[in-house]
Design a protein around this ligand. Structure first.
Ligand code: FES
Length: 160
């Protein structure tokens, strides 16, 4: 089954659960990013638009409003480093420097091999274990420069 077909199936399943339309749109955007390497291509936005009977412009409005969604192509793995104050004051900048060095990109960029996109995020709600980053759906806390590098290498190997 291709990605578009899988997306249609997921939306169909949401409809069968009679979720609120707004929830279905956001869940569809989430599902799209899972299927399409962390971004929302026009092709997928049109599927959501057709299936949920919402203008494609509205889908794009939401996709650009929320920072967790992106209409621009991203890497296979999305790394988001928390940049809120509690994480920032405990070694956050050190982790940012390490991530840029290990990935050889700046924030807002994607590695040449298309494997990683590096972004920042606001507080993830687990400040007690800062500094914190999230890779795809997984959260990593108590980061040190060494730990950060080894986590990224793990994604380069096993999870790529
Ligand atoms: S400030 Fe980073 S998780 Fe809250």
């Amino acid at each position: 089954m291709d990605k578009v077909q899988i997306l249609k199936e997921r939306i169909k399943e949401m409809k069968s659960r009679q979720l609120e339309k707004g929830d279905m749109i956001l869940s569809s955007l989430h599902a799209t990013q899972e299927l399409f390497d962390n971004s929302i291509p026009l092709e997928a936005a049109k599927v959501i638009s057709d299936e949920l009977d919402v203008k494609v412009e509205r889908i794009y409005e939401l996709a650009t409003f929320y920072s967790m969604y992106s209409t621009k192509p991203r890497g296979k793995h999305l790394i988001r480093l928390c940049e809120s104050l509690p994480c920032h004051v405990i070694e956050g900048p050190k982790i940012a420097k390490k991530l840029k060095e290990v990935l050889n990109i700046d924030f807002g960029q994607t590695t040449k091999d298309g494997l990683f996109t590096l972004e920042t995020t606001s507080c993830l709600g687990i400040c007690g274990v800062g500094p914190v980053m999230m890779i795809d759906g997984d959260t990593y806390g108590n980061l040190t420069a060494e730990k950060t590098e080894s986590i990224v290498q793990k994604y380069r190997g096993e999870k790529s």
